[in-house]
Ligand binder design. Structure first.
Ligand code: SAM
Length: 286
């Protein structure tokens, strides 16, 4: 099978299968031959570790993942890619493509149904228009991943790996840190993709904590609070949480006080341990 990073091969595949790139689906395919092996290197610890890919495109990363893992399951929304993938993935019977929207897929259920008890890593060049929602979706789910290694826009990478309490941090930063640690691995310039996007990218890896810092229920509650708190980050935590969670200000003030916080504190100043506690207290009020 010819190289899928070769522009001539990509143009030929697109022409033969009457495929046009859908900008709205974030279809910027990798053409730098060094990037897919690097993602597989950082994302796949051993051949026995399964891989969940999100968004196959023409299969350039899928093939590399299939070279390094005994089982790859890819979720792809655009069914127009089916005839292309039948050709490009013909030599990889251990790859399964599920034609569905990752946002409408329960990751924990997918892991159970597709991988049984196998350990699984996520590896993907994410569609940029929903990078944060996809990562939130994975982090909110009860699915336990070995790691999540993904290409995102550089700005998103900086947000994901930011320190809490700094301006670069956001809801997704807190969500990451409730589940694990994030590291920025390497940068990928815009001309590594076809069509080239307007911005540069970076590959990051999220590694879940071996011992979770909270229960799944506490995580759900903390994430509700995180989303409400960061949605109106310029307001005081009291105002942001009471409007975001539709709670009485008095109830929010009481929860803040129980955590030793003043009514004027801003959400981004609150540490994660306290956010988990606040999540429990405010869930009891809802
Ligand atoms: N992995 C390929 C590569 O690196 O060249 C393609 C990556 S491209 C940035 C993103 C892919 O995600 C596209 O194939 C697009 O159709 C797919 N996609 C977009 N939205 C999706 C969704 N909600 N669920 C699953 N796949 C999606």
């Amino acid at each position: 099978m010819p190289e899928l990073t070769d522009m001539q091969v990509i143009r030929d595949l697109a022409k033969r299968h009457h495929f046009t790139f859908a900008k709205g689906l974030g279809q910027n395919f990798l053409i730098d031959p060094e990037v897919c092996p690097a993602i597989a290197h950082y994302g796949i610890p051993s051949r026995s570790c399964g891989v969940l890919e999100i968004g196959t495109g023409f299969g350039v990363l899928t093939k590399e993942l299939a070279e390094c893992s005994e089982q790859v399951v890819a979720v792809e929304l655009d069914k127009r890619l089916a005839p292309v993938l039948r050709e490009t993935l013909a030599d990889y019977p251990h790859v399964t493509v599920l034609w569905q929207d990752i946002m409408k897929t329960d990751p924990a259920e997918l892991l159970r149904a597709q991988f049984g008890g196998r350990e699984v890593s996520v590896c993907a060049n994410l569609p940029y228009y929903i990078t944060s929602p996809i990562l939130m979706h994975l982090l909110e789910s009860e699915a336990k991943f070995r790691s999540i290694t993904v290409m995102v826009q550089k700005e998103a990478a900086e947000r994901l790996c930011a320190r809490l309490g700094t301006r670069a941090a956001g809801a997704v930063t807190a969500a990451v840190q409730l589940r694990g640690t994030a590291e920025q691995l390497f940068d990928v310039p815009r001309d590594s993709f076809y069509p080239a996007p307007k911005v540069d990218s970076a590959v990051i890896r999220i590694t879940p904590y071996e011992e979770p810092v909270c229960t799944p229920e506490e995580l759900r509650q903390a994430l509700r609070v995180v989303k409400a708190g960061f949605a109106q980050r310029r307001k005081t935590a009291m105002n942001a949480l009471s409007s975001g969670l539709s709670l009485d200000k008095a109830a929010v003030a009481a929860a803040l006080e129980a955590c030793g916080l003043s009514e004027t504190v801003r959400f981004e100043q609150i540490d994660l341990e306290t956010v988990i506690r606040l999540g429990g207290l405010l869930a009891a009020e809802a």
